[in-house]
Design a protein around this ligand. Sequence first.
Ligand code: SAM
Length: 315
Amino acid sequence: MSESTSNSLDFRTALKQGIHLLREARVPSDTLAAELLLLHVTRRDRTWLYAHPEELLDPQALESYFSLLRRRAAGEPTQHLTGKQEFWGLEFEVTPDILIPRPETEHLIEVALDRLAVRELRSGRDPKLTGEGLTIVDVGTGSGCIAIALAKELPAAKIYATDISAEALAVAERNAIHLGYSNRITFLRSDLVSAFSSSSYQSPVTNHQSRFFDLLICNPPYIGRKESTTLPIEVRDHEPPSALYGGEEGYELYGQLIPQAALHLKPSGLLILELGHDSLAAVRPLVETPEWTNLLVTNDLAGIPRVLSAERTRA
Ligand SMILES: C[S@@+](CC[C@H](N)C(=O)[O-])C[C@H]1O[C@@H](n2cnc3c(N)ncnc32)[C@H](O)[C@@H]1O
């Protein structure tokens, strides 16, 4: 099938041609990508698309659609072309400055909420959490997806979000504003959580006591630079290296973050970390120390150990 040069194609035919073009280019999830691009250029939703397959696309929409299909076929991620990605039921703005939120990261939110509820139960309190009295930090916030999902679920929690990238923080702050959570989250440029201990850093929390957080949550960059050639082109050439690579091996940042977390978490505070597909063996020993207890490894839907969580001991 050749790409249409006609300026009158109906939705069904446009979708079929789009899927074919992406399939020829070996784009993963070709049907979903073609559908998302078609919906994006026509500003329609799926229900409308399947109710009106015979409707003609206007020539301008058709031209934009094929232009986006060609960019997707050349490797640009669909989310960079549509500018958005859903996470935890919320729509996030996505740009090349941030990691595109991934579905497996939602497991971090689930583990955080479960473990916070268990802590409440253990203390004889109501496990229905509002976040009252809780102080949380999301380290390496990127799009802001973790901090904002937690702000949604824990309406009374005080939330900080850090990133080393000023460009990423700008996207996260826009997402917090658009989604209505900007008054709930303090965004800080920081190398991991150094902003909370450095006296030279101008931050609103510099003078707080050091063991300050009830929850430190982080999806760090965890891919090894040595693996970069094995990455799909849409990841390697289009997502920010600072969001992908944790070092030559991949797990280096955990070695810096875990001791910092031990300094900053309150007794019984929770550490929740996303793991790369093969990070567990390197990361688990870092929390098998006297500072940590109640270790838990949670698998993702593919059965990969995806979340490592632990509780700060009282000492
Ligand atoms: C894997 S992305 C995660 C983004 C987002 N939290 C998510 O789950 O989609 C890692 C993020 O950590 C940030 N980052 C990398 N090194 C950092 C550091 N030393 N301190 C703070 N943030 C860092 C990157 O800029 C990036 O936004």
